[in-house]
Design a protein around this ligand. Structure first.
Ligand code: C5P
Length: 222
């Protein structure tokens, strides 16, 4: 039933969402950015002044929160209880706190349920950390993207500047490393390559080259 699903996982800022979006467009699949869901919840928790490690309180917020990902011609928009938070969820306070929220087991359980629902009965390209391992274990194609931390920080910095999001290169590098560390070492669904995932190092590849590499794998299942 997940034969039209493409899972793209990997550490922070390896280009997952950039290539996932293009692959989805080419295949006419929908694109689901699961990191945006954790980020939207984090934004709401911070705005409510709730402690990100207070699992019970965070779960309570999540259960009454509506997170919608829309696919528009100008890219994916993220709606938090109907409000457009597409840019705000990329800001530093969210990035610095999201991994603490994403490690809460009951929060992950609810997110997994929502993500599987989104992928039901349609073609989907989903990116995140645990898509190939937990959310869509039967995905037709699983990709695991990696890249050097220097390159990742540089790319994210340029992307932030282009979007007008405040950004500082050294701080970005630290924050990316810290997020990877927390994501890789959490108890539930840590960041790890699925056994049957294809690893692609994007450090010296162009966006186009990564997209072509993924489409080549997709072709095998068509
Ligand atoms: O993909 P992005 O970097 O926006 O994800 C933000 C954070 O959300 C990750 O660092 C991780 O803590 C969490 N996340 C997760 N599982 C996913 C997607 C994101 O734990 N499937």
């Amino acid at each position: 039933e997940q034969n039209t699903a493409i899972a793209i996982d990997g550490p922070a800022a390896t280009g997952k969402s950039t290539v996932a979006k293009i692959v989805a467009e080419k295949l006419k699949y929908i694109y689901v950015d699961t990191g945006a869901m954790y980020r939207a919840l984090t934004l709401k928790v911070l705005n409510l002044d709730i402690d990100p490690s207070d699992e019970e309180a965070v779960l309570e917020v999540l259960l009454e929160t509506d997170i919608e990902l829309t696919n528009e011609s100008n890219g994916q928009r993220v709606l938090l209880d109907g409000q457009d938070v597409t840019n705000e969820i990329r800001h530093q306070p969210v990035s610095a706190n999201v991994s603490y929220i994403a490690k809460l087991p009951t929060v992950r359980k609810e997110m997994l349920k929502r993500q599987q629902e989104l992928a039901k009965d349609r073609g989907v390209v989903m990116d995140g950390r645990d898509i190939g391992t937990h959310v869509l274990p039967n995905a037709a194609v699983k990709i695991f993207l990696v890249a050097s931390v220097e390159e990742r920080a540089k790319r994210r910095h340029e992307e932030n500047m282009a979007k007008g999001i405040p950004s500082e290169l050294d701080q970005l590098k630290k924050e990316i490393q810290q997020r990877d560390e927390i994501d890789s070492n959490r108890e539930i669904a840590p960041l790890t390559k699925a056994e049957d995932a294809i690893e692609v190092d994007t450090t010296s590849l162009s966006i186009e080259e990564v997209v072509d590499r993924i489409l080549l794998e997709v072709e095998k299942y068509k």
